[in-house]
Unconditional design. Sequence first.
Length: 370
Amino acid sequence: MAQTPSRSSRMQADSIRSSERGTASTLIVRATQPRPSKVFDTYWRFAYERQEVYFRRLEGRPPQWTTDPILQSHRFTNVYRAADRVSQYLIRHVIYADRDVNEPADTLFRVLVFKFFNRTDTWELLSRAVGNVRWSSYSYRKYDNILTDAIDAGQRLYSAAYIMPTCRTFTGGRKHRGHLRLIATMVADGLADRVSASNSMAEVFAELRTYPMLGDFLAYQYAIDINYSEMTDFSEDEFVVPGPGARDGLRKMFADPGSYCDADLIRWVADKQEVEFDRLGLPFRSLWGRRLQLIDCQNLCCEVDKYARVRHPQVLGASGRTRIKQRYTPNGPPPSPWFPPKWDLNSRIEASATAANCSGTTPGLFSGSG
């Protein structure tokens, strides 16, 4: 059964289409301006320090990478979504690993299979068992048998990053069976061609949103993931859908939102990033010249919601949560950064590494300037 996008997501899509706004370079203005709280400054300080941790780790510096006790003790995602370990795996090993995979249906299938489970171990399990994970050679029975055997052996299939709901439209006794059937339905339905023909990220989101189980949060996240591929090429500053954690973060960051909706607030934050970093005296290192995009600012709102539970325990969000669940445990050095080639970042990364090698210095090897 198809789902209808929520009123807020339809309003955002309509707003994007009507304004034809492709970037966040122009500051939006509403009748009543938002009034930031003290957590607003914490947002920028958190973004700066978390990004410093990222670069310090890339530069091979020994722990500790920060003196912030909250960052030392708890796990937070990277400031840039595409730099996170799972996104890096998706980009490098799922989307661009096999250049023979150039059919949109195969690309979409690979992205959806990886993202529904969002766990590298599950992807590698399937890859070892079936070879190339492709729609053109997909067998429900084979994939089901592989995943069922893994469950029976005590292997976890899903990431703990967020809870994947059961797809009640396609039942099968176990959650992964409904998800496999949903993925197959989406690809067989011609979604890849419709996505490739879309004129905006809002349209991709709307297409994804029509499928069962895909609410606003998952549909937006998958639209971003698909946009890493060559199926689409939209600006990440084009469209944003705030998730539950981001909305909680916004409640803490603004004492009064004024006449701004949550999506407006995220765009307002993204528009002001250079001004705010400068105001606070924070020499923020961007992603090799790529400013924070709307998806990054949305994710940062979610991370600051968690961070503020400890830094500002007296400031409560709508959820009322007071603890950060995930503790930080080192899991080896971060992967060498590699991003969608269409972003033109990889040559800058190589140039900065070459310059550092020629000078014989390690600091600055992965400089985010430029």
